[in-house]
Design a protein around this ligand. Structure first.
Ligand code: OXD
Length: 309
């Protein structure tokens, strides 16, 4: 087996080391090694340049270094039948859930208000927001959405998950389909986006939809920057309809220094750190996917290229 690691902008060395540790018999290259193109069976990548794949005539698998695959699926010359596989790391889902909880409590327990009071040495107590004003709506039903939901429930929050297809989750409410989205938005004081970025979800969080959230709601986005129309968010924050937003992902990353999002008093902006798949898990799942493809089976975490995730 021979795997080419093209993980830029992430450094290749940790992925190469993890692949070699998990399967010393496998040939692992980076593009700096200029491998013989016909020997490359699988590529492990985060994003690709147009035309890059056509150099490898015997390519039989494309693996993502992350959970989201929109950058790989958007390559115009992606060969039609090429299997694409993504990573599902339970630890990534857990760390993303920690991030979401930290942001949710930041807003729902009024920490910005108390930080401002502390700056004025002002001792003033405010009532704790009652649970009926902290209803959590989660966009998505995948591993991250489920980990986020599981983290909220023991804290006493009521949680509703929303996705394209009807699914049941023990102890949680769920809604499905485009028609039910308005229903979810109307009862989400905290809206958490964990969706994959696809044609159907691009720009989903626009003015029309954000305005359907209850007044004083907070948005937490750990999906992709492309889900959110950032200018629409600014309007709703400035008009007072939304109380805050915690954003870990942005339309442009790194977020440009001149972006209003760095400076807005109601925005908590972090540099895409909510959670990352571990290199050892990426390597293990890439090797397993290649074994599956070689045996004529679909990889366990094969992407549905039509659906986009
Ligand atoms: C991912 C990410 O998709 O880190 O895994 O954003």
């Amino acid at each position: 087996m021979a795997i080419l690691v093209l993980s830029a902008p992430l450094p290749a060395a940790p992925f190469v080391a993890a692949l070699r540790a998990a399967a010393p018999e496998v040939q692992v290259w980076t593009d700096a090694d200029a491998p013989p193109p016909e020997a490359v069976e699988a590529i492990l990548a985060w994003r690709l340049k147009p035309g890059q794949l056509s150099a490898y005539p015997n390519l039989r698998l494309l693996c993502s270094t992350g959970a989201g695959v929109e950058k790989l699926l958007s390559v115009p010359d992606l060969p039609p039948g090429l299997p694409v596989s993504r990573v599902v790391d339970p630890m990534q889902a857990r760390t993303m859930a920690q991030y979401v909880i930290a942001c949710a409590l930041h807003f729902s327990r009024d920490l910005p208000l108390y930080a401002a009071q502390q700056a004025r040495a002002e001792w003033r107590r405010h009532p704790v927001r009652p649970p009926e004003r902290c209803r959590v709506g989660i966009l998505g039903q995948g591993a991250v959405a489920q980990a986020v939901a599981a983290a909220f429930v023991p804290l006493g929050y009521s949680v509703t998950l929303w996705g394209r297809h009807a699914k049941q989750f023990a102890g949680l409410h769920s809604l499905a389909g485009a028609a039910a989205l308005a229903q979810l938005l109307a009862c989400s004081d905290l809206l958490v986006c964990t969706l994959p970025l696809t044609e159907a979800t691009q720009g989903l969080l626009n003015r029309e939809r954000l305005a359907q959230l209850p007044r004083g709601a907070v948005l937490i986005n750990v999906g992709r920057g492309g889900h959110l129309v950032e200018d629409d968010l600014q309007d709703l924050l400035d008009e007072g309809h939304l109380a805050g937003a915690a954003l870990d992902v942005f339309e442009r990353e790194p977020l440009p220094a001149e972006s209003w999002l760095w400076r807005h008093p109601k925005v908590l902006a972090t540099p895409h750190i909510a959670g990352e798949a571990r290199e050892a898990v990426v390597a293990e799942q890439c090797l397993e996917a290649l074994r599956a493809v070689r045996a004529g089976r679909p990889p366990e975490w094969a992407v549905d290229r039509e659906a986009g995730y």
